[in-house]
Design a protein around this ligand. Sequence first.
Ligand code: GDD
Ligand code: MN
Length: 368
Amino acid sequence: MSPDPNASPATELSVVAPTFKERGNVAELVRRLNAALTGIAWEVIFVDDNSPDGTAAAVKEIAARDTRVRCLKRVGRRGLAGACIEGILSSAAPYVAVIDADLQHDEKVLPAMLAKLKRDADLVAATRYIAGGSAASFSEKRGAMSALATKMTHRLVGTPLSDPMSGFFMMRRDRFDEIAPRLSPAGFKILLDIVTTAGPKLRISEQPYNFGERFDGESKFNIQIGVEFLGLLLAKMTGDMIDPRFIFFAIVGSIGLVVHLAVLYAGLSLGESFRAAQIIATFVAMTSNFILNNELTYRDRRLKGNFVLLRGFVLFCLIGSVGVLANVDLASFLYGERSVWWVAGAVGAVMTVLWNYAMSTLFVWRAR
Ligand code: GDD
Ligand code: MN
């Protein structure tokens, strides 16, 4: 094919900016990218999850006047990581960057990142935690959470990144395309996912920057994102063998056992009969397990509303009762066969947890 004389020059750098309710920030981001990226053939791809504030319309208004601005509008889906993945996949440029749309990431370091990438790297991660960078704009609470998550990531999964929580990076698109099918669209941790998925072959470089204040609107960070992140760490620790949801379920079950014993002890101390105290303890532990699983393990499918909650609780108790009966039968059978009391007991208990988990996932907190 001969080159078309009317074609405009190819884009060298695609900047992907995920947005959810960022209407007040898009024009300012385009202005700042324009100032920062002189001499580079760039484009910006806003990936908007159908924000109710009309962010996509605001982007398209700018895009109608400036061909360097594009809008990828997703409907019926939500999620930062997935938005970044689709934005990058829509690019044809050799280099791609991801930047938050709220102007907390300093766009002025983009040219330095591009230079590093061209020189000797496959990925350049912008970081707050090496000399020259800072996260001073974080509130005390958020800063402490970020520091804790960073420390846990280093301890538990290990990573060459000084700022594994960062969502600001640039990479060679061909390297991204190779690993894209193995990335998880859930959660906030796209950079960490890319680096752990790509493995040691990926040449990583870092670029310090100062994490700034949000320009307009508010953060979408919430507890669910924190819980999902814990789940990711746990999954990576087991080499992706064990579903993080099951780990949460087992932790909740262990807490339930402690609750059960505490209530039983209290009941006996208050002079209740063992039978009565055991019944009360069972009920309290079932209730606390149900609430914790609803808030934590199945947070993304949380049951709401009195009737729905009551129905879920009754089902959960039924499943638990069958689990206990099966456990007792299985353990007694094993005990009769081989008579090692703790092996028989432990196999019974593990079977109960597996049964409860499978049935709760299938019937109480169904995927919608
Ligand atoms: N398309 C899309 N869909 N975009 C989203 C979604 C979503 O579900 N959720 C958040 N975003 C966009 C926001 O509009 C913003 O442009 C960017 O992702 C970051 O979201 P913020 O709400 O500003 O998050 P933050 O400032 O609290 O989080 C920052 O710090 C985290 C860890 O310290 C970001 O830099 C994250 O990338 C980082 O992981
Ligand atoms: Mn932000």
